[in-house]
Design a protein around this ligand. Structure first.
Ligand SMILES: Cc1cc2nc3c(=O)[nH]c(=O)nc-3n(C[C@H](O)[C@H](O)[C@H](O)COP(=O)(O)OP(=O)(O)OC[C@H]3O[C@@H](n4cnc5c(N)ncnc54)[C@H](O)[C@@H]3O)c2cc1C
Length: 421
């Protein structure tokens, strides 16, 4: 396989035979039978983004010998898990499976944050606001009530009073989640990997390649010349998954360009600090803009959640474009008029790794049954890292059932039609 590219060697399996060989994860036996800690299986996890790092950690906790590998470092700047901050929230409309996962994951994030020097979780609250009585709003409230979350339903007037840094003109209602907030993305994953290593896990920085497409995978090859044998393998390669497994995922994971901008708040103005300002999203009939307060003096963050153009994570330019900046500034000036003329303090260019509808992928490879594929975070995966890792680890060593049908390979269509927001 070439750098970041697909499987090497003769195409032993045609696309049709690979897809035809798929089994529903729910019916497949465990990749490994539960291993005892004195006789632990060796599992290699390739990709140390948020999904791979949490999968490795859960496998380690289950008593396995685990080697985590990344070609460029945990949450590196080209990975989808790189960059400064990610939002964690429980608002998911009718997709309350993600409300539950965000809620369960938050406990792990808080525990990790409590052990790290600088914070990983910043609980500034999250405010979603809506122009109309969207079903997303009422469905979210129902899900939050069921979980006992202290979510508040706010009127436009109440929001204007509490959050004077935002102009709520035309806004009907808001959903404020006081218990959620920001995750410091790169710091979170790097801290997790440090803890994993301190607790006995192995981490290696290697570009990984595989030479086969079917049968049990015995080993992976590193571009440095060595190989790594393992009993089972997890590939959590984010936007590189479709390049690495072109037959299986080439048309099922779609990498899109995303640009993020930071602006300086007016000097001396405390209204943009996390003590005063929440993370927010202007739902805007699913054409969402979102952002964060000025976290750790980086600047006030803005982004458009719309999928950008299709990109290759190896080759896409990491320079922000004038068009994306102008679009964000136009939104900013309308909703955050106090920031009119604010100076740009930074930009990040990243990519979403979308599944067809936004549901995650946690399933075994259809032709290599000791290989599990994890990905499809689709612009909302970070917050769920702990739960995704737990489910992936269970698929490897637990009872063998993929407990969530929405995360199987079979459900991943070949055309994009985003449903999860
Ligand atoms: C701009 C942006 C904003 C987002 N906002 C949010 C948000 O607010 N809230 C939220 O919950 N989620 C958000 N997300 C989504 C979330 O960040 C992603 O879903 C998640 O980080 C995906 O993680 P991953 O581990 O699947 O992939 P990645 O982080 O991309 O990890 C894959 C890793 O695999 C490694 N790799 C690839 N190929 C090889 C190889 N051949 N050998 C070895 N290593 C290899 C890469 O170096 C990389 O580190 C956002 C994403 C982006 C891009």
């Amino acid at each position: 396989m070439s750098k970041g590219g697909g499987l090497k060697g003769s195409p032993l399996m045609t696309r049709r035979s690979v897809m035809g060989g798929m089994t529903a994860g729910a019916l497949a036996p465990a990749v490994l039978r539960a291993a005892k800690s004195d006789n632990a299986a060796h599992v290699a996890v390739i990709g140390a983004g948020v999904f791979g790092a949490w999968t490795a950690e859960h496998l380690r906790r289950a008593g396995h010998r685990v080697t985590l590998v990344d070609m460029a470092g945990p949450a590196n700047s080209r990975a989808s898990s790189g960059g400064e901050s990610r939002m964690t929230r429980g608002a998911y409309g009718r997709d309350n499976i993600y409300t539950r996962m965000a809620f369960d994951s938050l406990k792990e994030w808080k525990a990790l944050s409590a052990t790290s020097g600088l914070p990983i979780f910043i609980p500034h609250g999250v405010l979603f606001f809506f122009q109309t009585e969207e079903a997303y709003l009422s469905d979210s409230i129902t899900a939050h009530r069921a979980l006992g979350l202290p979510t508040e339903l706010l009127s436009g007037a109440e929001m204007s009073r509490r959050f004077p840094m935002i102009d709520f003109t035309g806004i009907h209602a808001g959903l404020f989640e006081p218990g959620f907030g920001a995750l410091m993305a790169r710091r979170a994953v790097q801290t997790l990997v440090q803890r994993f290593v301190a607790a006995g896990g192995q981490y290696r920085q290697e570009l990984t390649e595989v030479d086969q497409q079917s049968g049990p995978l015995k080993s992976v090859r590193f571009s440095s010349g060595s190989t790594l044998d393992a009993d089972a393998f997890v590939f959590a390669l984010g936007p590189w998954l479709p390049k690495f497994f072109p037959d299986v995922l080439g048309h099922r994971i779609f990498a899109t360009r995303q640009e993020i901008f930071y602006f300086a708040a007016p000097e001396g103005d405390r209204r943009f600090l996390p003590e005063a300002m929440p993370g927010w999203a202007d739902f805007n009939a699913c054409d969402m803009y979102y952002g964060f307060p000025d976290l750790e003096a980086r600047g006030v963050k803005f982004a458009h959640d719309q999928h950008g153009v299709a990109v290759d994570p190896d080759t896409q330019s990491r320079e922000a474009t004038r068009a994306a900046l102008d679009e964000v500034i136009a939104f900013r000036d309308r909703r955050f008029p106090l920031l009119k003329g604010a100076r740009l303090t930074g930009a990040e260019v990243c990519q979403y790794e979308n599944s067809s509808n936004g549901d995650f992928l946690i399933d075994r490879h259809p032709a290599m049954h000791n290989v599990v594929l994890v990905g499809g975070g689709s612009g909302h995966g970070f917050k769920h890292g702990p739960e995704v890792g737990r489910l992936a680890a269970e698929l490897i060593s637990g009872g063998g059932a993929q407990s969530e049908p929405r995360f199987t390979l079979d459900t991943k269509a070949q055309t994009q039609s985003r449903e999860v927001h």
